[in-house]
Design a protein around this ligand. Structure first.
Ligand SMILES: C[S@@+](CC[C@H](N)C(=O)[O-])C[C@H]1O[C@@H](n2cnc3c(N)ncnc32)[C@H](O)[C@@H]1O
Length: 347
C-alpha cells in the first residue's frame, strides 16, 4: 500500500533524481505501491521500475525473527494475473518497457544475470515483512548500491506487535549492515511511529576491485587485428594516440609511442588493442606459457562463427568440440597478433 509517508518519500526521491534511474520493489502483492510508483514514472519521470514477488504470498518464516501468526505462509498472496489486472485498474497496462514484474521466490529470481541489467539504482522499496527475505534482497542489491541510493523499509517497527526488540526487516538490516561495514547509511527520514523508515547510502567503499575493466592486447598490426575483432562483433569505442610522457611514466620506459583502440563487446565489456610501434617485441606465444593464456568470448551459434572466421583464413586448433558434461561447445582460434581466443557456445 502506498501510504502518506511512502508518497512523501517518493516525492523526495523524485526531487533528488529528476533524471531518473532504476527503482526496485521487493514485495508487490496486489500492486498498490507498484502502481503508485509506475504512475509517477508515467508522469514524466524517466525511470525503470522492476517489481519482485513470489505472487504466492509470504514464504515460511524462520522461528524467532518474526511472528508466524501475523506473517503466516501464503499471506498477501496475489497471483500474477490478478496483480496485472489490479494495476491495470490503477492505469498501468503491461507490457510497458518501463515496468517489469519478476515472479518467483527471491532465492530463484534474484540472480547475477538479472543484476547485470540493472543500472543506476536510485530507490528500493522493501515491503517483504520477513527477516530472511530482507537478507536475500539486501545481498542482491549490495553491488548495485551507490552514494545517494534510498532504501525504504515498510515494516521497520510495527506498533501492533508487543515485542519491542528488533525483528523482520529491521533486524535483518542491522545484521546485514554489520556484515557489510563498507557501506555507510544515514537515516533519511522516518514516519511518526517509526513503523517505516528510509535510509540513504552515504558512503560506499567497494571491496578492492569493482569489476574487470578491460583486457589489453598488444598487436603486431593494428588494422589487421581491428578487422579480426570487428569481425567477431566488437565495435570501436575510441582511438587514441597516447601522450608519450604519460605512457613512458606508467610503462617505466623512456620515449614510448603508443596508439590504442578501445573496443566494445555487445554487452559493453571492453578490450584495448595496443600498438607500441617500434617498441613491440615480435615473440610468438604458445597456449601453455605461464601467465595470461587466453580470452574467452561467448557466442550464440559456434558453428556459424567458426565457419565465418574459417572462411576469412583464421587459424583454429580444432573444429568445435562438445565438452564432456555437454554444457558447452568450444573451440580455440588465434587472433592475428597471436592471442588465443576461446569461443564458447553454452548448450
Ligand atoms: C506486504 S506484501 C507487499 C505489499 C505491496 N507492496 C503493496 O503495496 O500492496 C509482501 C509481499 O512480499 C512477498 N515476498 C516476501 N518474501 C518473499 C520472497 N522470499 N520471495 C518472493 N516474494 C516474497 C510476498 O509474496 C508478498 O506479496
Amino acid at each position: 500500500m502506498a501510504g502518506p509517508y511512502f508518497k512523501s518519500v517518493v516525492e523526495e526521491v523524485r526531487k533528488i533524481f529528476p533524471d531518473g534511474g532504476t527503482i526496485l520493489e521487493f514485495g508487490v502483492s496486489r500492486g498498490g505501491s507498484f502502481s503508485y510508483l509506475a504512475n509517477q514514472i508515467k508522469s514524466d519521470w524517466p525511470c525503470k521500475l522492476i517489481g519482485f514477488d513470489s505472487f504466492q504470498g509470504l514464504p515460511k518464516e524462520t522461528e524467532g525473527v518474526w511472528y508466524p501468526e501475523r506473517h503466516s505462509e501464503g499471506r498477501y498472496c496475489s497471483p500474477l494475473e490478478l496483480t496485472i489486472s489490479t494495476i491495470k485498474s490503477f492505469g498501468i497496462t503491461l507490457p510497458d518497457e518501463r515496468f517489469e514484474l519478476v515472479p518467483g521466490w527471491f532465492k530463484d529470481s534474484l540472480t547475477e544475470e538479472r543484476r547485470k541489467d540493472i543500472k543506476n539504482l536510485i530507490f528500493v522499496n522493501v515491503d517483504v515483512d520477513l527477516y530472511n527475505s530482507t537478507i536475500e534482497l539486501l545481498n542482491f542489491i549490495r553491488p548495485l548500491l551507490q552514494k545517494g541510493t534510498l532504501i525504504y523499509f515498510d515494516d521497520w517497527k510495527d506498533p501492533k506487535d508487543k515485542f519491542d526488540g528488533k525483528w523482520g526487516e529491521h533486524l535483518a538490516f542491522e545484521r546485514w549492515s554489520a556484515k557489510n561495514p563498507e557501506i555507510k547509511f544515514r537515516q533519511f527520514s522516518v514516519d511518526d511511529r517509526d513503523h517505516q523508515r528510509t535510509l540513504e547510502v552515504v558512503d560506499i567503499k567497494h571491496k578492492m576491485i569493482k569489476n574487470i575493466r578491460h583486457t589489453g592486447i598488444v598487436v603486431k598490426n593494428l588494422e589487421e587485428s581491428l578487422r579480426f575483432y570487428q569481425l567477431l562483433g566488437f565495435t570501436i569505442y575510441q582511438r587514441a594516440k597516447e601522450s608519450v610522457d604519460f605512457i613512458s611514466k606508467i610503462s617505466d620506459k623512456e620515449g614510448i609511442v603508443l596508439n590504442t583502440v578501445k573496443l566494445l563487446a555487445p554487452n559493453n565489456s571492453m578490450m584495448e588493442l595496443l600498438d607500441y610501434g617500434k617498441d613491440k617485441m615480435q615473440t610468438e606465444r604458445t597456449m601453455f606459457e605461464t601467465g595470461m593464456a587466453h580470452i574467452a568470448f561467448t557466442v550464440e551459434d559456434l558453428e556459424e562463427v567458426y565457419n565465418r572466421l574459417k572462411e576469412k583464413g583464421i587459424y583454429f586448433n580444432s573444429s568445435p568440440q562438445i565438452s564432456p558434461n555437454r554444457y558447452a561447445k568450444v573451440v580455440f582460434c588465434r587472433a592475428p597478433e597471436g592471442t588465443f581466443i576461446e569461443l564458447v557456445e553454452v548448450l
